[in-house]
Design a protein around this ligand. Structure first.
Ligand SMILES: [Fe+2]
Length: 164
């Protein structure tokens, strides 16, 4: 692959994220349906709404760099979603499945945080402060979503899973 400028690598990383977020808008409703804890279901549902906002923010960033929103299949997210599907299929439904769902979702959030951190740094280096701020806003929401999952695991789900 020819890649002769940071601008192009930046656009490529946006295309990867665009694919990742779109995959998540399909995966999160399934995770919400599979979750038994009301808190966990609510967390997935509210992160779905945020994720739809992340897709829109990425469209704004594409506009900011004069590009068209284009997705390039994020293979890492495909793998992470496959692992989440395995957690969804854990039987019986209950705290153990929920603990599996949280583990899969936290790996997804960390992947996104890493990818947004890189893209944000590219925007910063390229002097595109508007793109940088949009990417930072999403990064903050991913970090909060991850913290929320930690709380649910620590406050209830892991303990309940241990007593099954
Ligand atoms: Fe996101």
């Amino acid at each position: 692959m020819k890649m002769d400028s940071l601008d192009k690598l930046f656009e490529e990383s946006l295309a990867d994220l665009y694919s990742a977020e779109k995959q998540l808008t399909d995966a999160l409703p399934k995770a919400a349906k599979a979750a038994q804890s009301a808190d966990l279901r609510a967390a997935f549902e509210s992160h779905l709404k945020e994720t739809e906002g992340h897709v829109e923010r990425l469209e704004k960033v594409f506009k900011e760099i004069g590009g068209k929103p284009e997705a390039k299949t994020c293979m890492a997210m495909q793998g992470l979603v496959k692992e989440a599907d395995e957690a969804i299929k854990i039987e019986p439904a209950g705290a153990i499945r929920d603990a599996g769902l949280i583990g899969a979702a936290q790996r997804i959030e960390h992947y996104e945080m890493a990818a947004y951190g890189t893209a944000r740094a590219f925007a910063e280096t390229l002097g595109n402060t508007k793109a940088r701020d949009l990417l930072q806003a999403t990064l903050n929401e991913e970090a909060k979503a991850n913290e929320k999952l930690t709380q649910i695991a620590e406050n209830t789900v892991n303990r309940e899973a241990a007593s099954v």
